[in-house]
Design a protein around this ligand. Structure first.
Ligand code: MN
Length: 162
């Protein structure tokens, strides 16, 4: 069973860490707007360095001065099922898979934009649910104060690196 992890990361710029366990590593993309559940929406997904597996699922506050300083919350994590051989599919520029999360469910694809770098678009298939799910989840992880203030006075999470 392969696992995926999506984290909401309130660093200097809010983004979502989208991570798939593949071939013994965590393949990682930063999705500035987060994955969409609307099949007409495509979201930019920027390939980033594979984090250490131990760090990839970290949730808490990354202290000031450390890379990625800010709050990190796990958005969803569960299993995913590649729809093709994942390594070959990535090499060919389009990775399709089915997420079986609590919030993120259904078919998604990471499709290459071409050109320089490894920029992809993340988009759901036709079978996904609605944007309401995303709104509800976004609301459910948000603290009652702005994230920056939350980090300064946080006591809900242990201060740790990641
Ligand atoms: Mn991040």
């Amino acid at each position: 069973m392969l696992k995926f992890v999506v984290r909401e990361h309130h660093a200097a710029h809010l983004h979502y860490d989208f991570r798939l366990h593949m071939g013994g590593v965590l393949k990682s993309w930063a999705i500035p707007k987060g994955p969409s559940m609307n099949s007409t929406e495509r979201r930019l997904a920027i390939r980033v360095d594979d984090p250490l597996i131990a760090h990839g699922e970290f949730a808490g506050i990354i202290p000031e001065g450390r890379y990625g300083a800010g709050a990190v919350v796990i958005w969803d994590t569960s299993s995913f099922e590649p729809l093709d051989d994942p390594e070959a599919a990535l090499a060919n520029g389009r990775l399709s898979f089915r997420l079986k999360g609590k919030w993120l469910t259904g078919e998604f694809a990471l499709a290459s934009l071409g050109g320089k770098g490894d920029r992809k678009l993340c988009h759901p298939g036709k079978d996904v649910v609605t944007t309401e799910v995303m709104k509800r989840r976004r609301a459910s992880v948000s603290p009652p104060v702005p994230w920056q203030d939350f980090c300064k006075s946080a006591h809900r999470y242990p201060a740790a690196g990641g």
